[in-house]
Design a protein around this ligand. Structure first.
Ligand SMILES: *[C@@H]1O[C@H](CO)[C@@H](O)[C@H](O)[C@H]1NC(C)=O
Ligand SMILES: *[C@@H]1O[C@H](CO)[C@@H](O)[C@H](O)[C@H]1NC(C)=O
Ligand SMILES: *[C@@H]1O[C@H](CO)[C@@H](O)[C@H](O)[C@H]1NC(C)=O
Ligand SMILES: *[C@@H]1O[C@H](CO)[C@@H](O)[C@H](O)[C@H]1NC(C)=O
Ligand SMILES: *[C@@H]1O[C@H](CO)[C@@H](O)[C@H](O)[C@H]1NC(C)=O
Ligand SMILES: *[C@@H]1O[C@H](CO)[C@@H](O)[C@H](O)[C@H]1NC(C)=O
Length: 318
């Protein structure tokens, strides 16, 4: 008996170590991709609106892609018109060849990419919870649960119910990263559009998180053209939500007019350590996130004293 125990204990000990390392559910992208990005969140690469088998295969085949973003709404999967289930689709479309179950099964099989699930309705989120739970143990990659939970600039669209969304996420996926934003105008934003997120918008978000007793990590998806029109408000949002290890996720609709200089300033002001950038290639290519002539000296100094970067922030030196 004693012999048997002696030989089993080390095995148990080893097994526990494995469990402990494997059990890290939904790690923060800042940790998961640390080697690749060295703290610079703008280096994280996105595949956006990956809502079909073909797009998913393409994203998984592209080694550069780190995060896969997709939309979830209720609808039918091709070939099965009688069952309404959570599918990968952007409304008003309500058919897809890819269900949420298949999307998760495929992306989590080779756990090298993070996923961001953009829930379009509270119904879709609730119906998705059992499917997400089935896959929870495999969620060893960053998992962002996204919804537009509050009214926003120039939009009458009904937001996803904030309290139900936050309660579901907190109860069932306390380890996930919440990505919570505001409804914005549908359709393209023209040049010289003056709209922006306001103090009221950000206070509403802060109150909503607080009244739901949220303690998990939060990122705020903000539309580039609007966010760049009031950089101070965006900076304030991130400062006031430091307790959620908060970040911005700057996104842009395909046809939006984007002032690349202003968006670059936004990102550098909020800091590249706190800003994910998920924008179309046409916008990305015109951003200048590197050091300007006056700041290159500062950035060399900062690299030599890495601690400074996170403590005081890059923008203080620009
Ligand atoms: C869907 O439902 C209709 C009506 O009940 C039925 O005729 C049809 O065979 C069903 N289709 C499938 C693929 O199950
Ligand atoms: C999908 O949309 C079409 C066209 O709007 C509609 O006729 C159909 O009922 C919808 N299907 C479901 C399952 O909602
Ligand atoms: C996941 O995919 C595998 C084959 O690739 C299949 O055998 C399995 O049933 C799928 N699981 C779910 C939950 O869909
Ligand atoms: C860019 O920012 C400047 C300064 O805040 C502002 O005057 C200008 O209108 C912005 N440009 C656009 C296209 O929004
Ligand atoms: C938040 O916490 C407070 C204090 O513990 C409690 O009274 C309240 O019911 C909680 N609210 C929610 C939505 O969980
Ligand atoms: C962050 O990464 C971007 C590329 O995504 C690069 O242009 C920029 O120089 C980097 N900034 C810092 C401060 O490392």
């Amino acid at each position: 008996m004693a012999m048997a125990l002696d030989s089993i204990l080390p095995v148990l000990f080893f097994a526990c170590l494995c469990c402990a390392s494997m059990a890290a559910l939904s790690p923060d992208p800042r940790d998961f991709f640390a080697d690749k990005i060295k703290g610079n969140l703008t280096k994280i690469t996105w595949a956006h609106a990956v809502n079909s088998k073909k797009e998913l295969a393409a994203a998984l085949a592209d080694e550069k892609i780190m995060m896969i973003e997709a939309d979830i709404s209720m609808g039918t999967v091709h070939g099965n018109p009688n069952a309404t289930v959570p599918i990968m689709v952007h409304p008003p479309a309500n058919e897809s060849d890819l269900s949420l179950a298949d999307f998760l099964n495929t992306t989590l099989k080779n756990p090298t990419r993070g996923i961001k699930l953009d829930f379009k309705t509270i119904e879709a989120f609730k119906e998705s919870l059992p499917i997400l739970k089935n896959n929870r143990d495999e969620m060893v990659v960053p998992v962002m649960l996204n919804a537009d939970i509050l009214p926003g600039p120039f939009s009458d669209d009904k937001p996803v119910n904030p309290d139900e969304f936050l309660r579901g996420a907190k109860e069932h996926f306390p380890e996930s990263i919440l990505s919570v934003g505001w409804k914005t105008q549908s359709g393209a934003l023209p040049a010289n559009f003056k709209g922006s997120y306001t103090k009221e918008h950000i206070m509403n978000m802060i109150d909503t998180l607080s009244r739901n007793n949220i303690s998990q990590t939060v990122t705020f998806p903000v539309r580039a053209a609007l966010a760049a029109n009031d950089i101070v408000v965006m900076q304030d949002l991130v400062k006031k939500t430091n307790n959620y290890k908060s970040t911005l996720t700057v996104w842009s609709a395909n046809a939006d007019f984007v002032d690349s200089q202003n968006v670059s300033t936004l990102i550098k002001t909020v800091e590249v350590e706190k800003t994910y950038v998920d924008v179309p290639e046409s916008v990305w290519k015109d951003l200048s996130l590197g050091s300007s002539a006056t700041s290159s000296l500062a950035s060399v100094t900062l690299l030599a004293a890495g601690v400074f970067i996170s403590t005081f922030g890059f923008s203080n030196f620009v």
